[in-house]
Design a protein around this ligand. Structure first.
Ligand code: NDP
Length: 391
């Protein structure tokens, strides 16, 4: 490390080429860029040109592609830069283990679990966008973070909202949390209409600009299902303390209800940079040029109860929480497999929830995970069972 870098905060961004990753780099640049921060590592998967461009722009020490076959391409793109290059699973772990005090976990899906765990175990503060870590590994992941000694800073907008309004010394007085959901592009569609939608229509989120998979998960409300399980572990809640309300404007990002009847909410325009900025500057608040809420223009906020017939994912999340064990990992592994099949046009939109439910039925009663190997094994079993059903 150059001596001028001694006073800089060292950061790593896992998944820097994605929607959260690019927003994180935007926030880093707005908060001082290379004057204040040193980037230990950036990781991506298929988008090598963007990864190389980012690494050169921010002066990263290490750039990693998860795709081993793209190692040569990345090395070529970074030749002469002095930036270290690695690839594959071991490369991701190397990135996570580089000395950086703050790590953004923004790899999509269960692929993010291993590298995020590696960063947590060495004591980094984890800015957690990747909800799958908590859905699959639950309390084992929380234990790994606390054993490492770092902080867990929620980035998912709903969990970041709760983190902002949860009074830590009043946790005993928390009655419930209310996760808001936009309702996605099919909020008013009939079941029959939903039967025929494609990945292109499902990815068109009304309020948020996000990666492909989370956008489709928002349309099926599997994203909200994952968030329910995430919230349960993150805030140590019972399943019946977690409510979901459809709020089409996505202005209230979530709420906490207390025993005295008060409800505290966090509001803002739908822009992930607010949550990312909070996780980066916590416990301070930073200055960000995101759009400000104009209440007069907004005029109204709407709410409606979610429809669990059209969106069975919510019911499946509650079931996974109540059954416990490894059902979170099973739900997520089956969902990721069904989602891939939907994106490829191999199964219909509504079939995704049917597949997940059948896999949960087939694997019900698996014992609770004693360690991370059990989590990965449950994930693998769920993927195999789902793939078999799809075939
Ligand atoms: P994107 O699809 O936009 O980006 C995903 C990132 O992961 C990219 O850097 C991608 O690389 C990389 N990646 C893809 N596959 C693999 C793999 N197999 N191994 C390692 N890296 C891989 O996703 P988002 O940024 O939208 O979401 C990231 C995570 O954050 C998800 O877990 C999502 O649920 C969560 N989240 C996202 C929000 C959002 O607003 N986008 C909001 C709240 C949570 P490349 O692009 O180079 O292929």
């Amino acid at each position: 490390m150059a001596s001028g870098d001694d006073f800089k905060r060292r950061l790593t961004i896992l998944g820097s080429t994605g929607s959260i990753g690019t927003n994180t780099l935007d926030v880093v640049e707005r908060l001082g860029g290379r004057d204040r921060f040193a980037i230990a590592a950036l990781t991506g998967n298929g988008n090598i040109p963007l990864l190389a461009e980012q690494a050169r722009r921010v002066g990263a020490e290490l750039a990693v592609t998860a795709d081993e076959h793209r190692y040569g391409e990345l090395r070529e793109a970074l030749s002469g830069s002095g930036i270290d290059v690695a690839a594959g699973r071991s490369g991701l772990i190397e990135a996570a283990e580089r000395d950086a005090g703050w790590v953004m976990a923004a790899i999509v899906g269960n692929a993010g679990l291993g590298p995020t765990l590696a960063a947590a175990r060495r004591g980094a503060d984890i800015a957690l966008a990747n909800k799958e870590c908590l859905v699959s590994a639950g309390s084992l992941f929380i234990e790994a973070v606390s054993a490492g000694g770092g902080r867990l800073l929620p980035v998912d907008s709903e969990h970041n909202a709760i983190f902002q309004v949860l009074e830590n010394d009043q946790r005993h007085a928390v009655e419930r949390i209310v996760l808001t959901a936009s309702g996605g592009p099919f909020r008013t569609s009939t079941l029959d209409e939903m039967r025929h939608v494609t990945a292109d229509t499902a990815r068109a989120h009304p309020n948020w600009s996000m990666g492909l998979k989370i956008s489709i998960d928002s349309a099926s409300m599997f994203n909200k299902a994952l968030e329910m399980i995430e919230a349960r572990h993150l805030f140590r809640l019972k399943p019946d303390q977690i409510e979901v309300i459809v709020h089409p404007q996505s202005v209230i990002h979530s709420m906490v209800g207390y025993t005295d009847g008060s409800v505290l909410a966090q509001l803002g325009c739908p822009d992930m940079r607010t949550a990312i900025g909070y996780a980066l500057s916590y416990p301070e608040r930073c200055r960000l040029p995101v759009e400000r809420l104009d209440f007069a223009r907004l005029a109204r906020l709407d709410f409606e109860a979610p429809d669990e017939v059209r969106f069975p994912a919510l019911r499946l999340a509650r079931r996974a929480m109540e059954e416990g064990g490894v059902q979170g990992a099973v739900l997520n592994g089956a969902k990721e497999t069904a989602l891939e099949a939907f994106i490829k046009g191999r199964v219909g939109f509504l079939a995704m929830a049917e597949i997940v439910e059948r896999v949960m039925d087939a694997l019900a009663g698996l014992p609770a995970a004693a360690n991370m190997d059990d989590v990965f094994a449950a994930d693998e079993k769920a993927r195999r069972a789902a793939a078999e059903m799809i075939r």
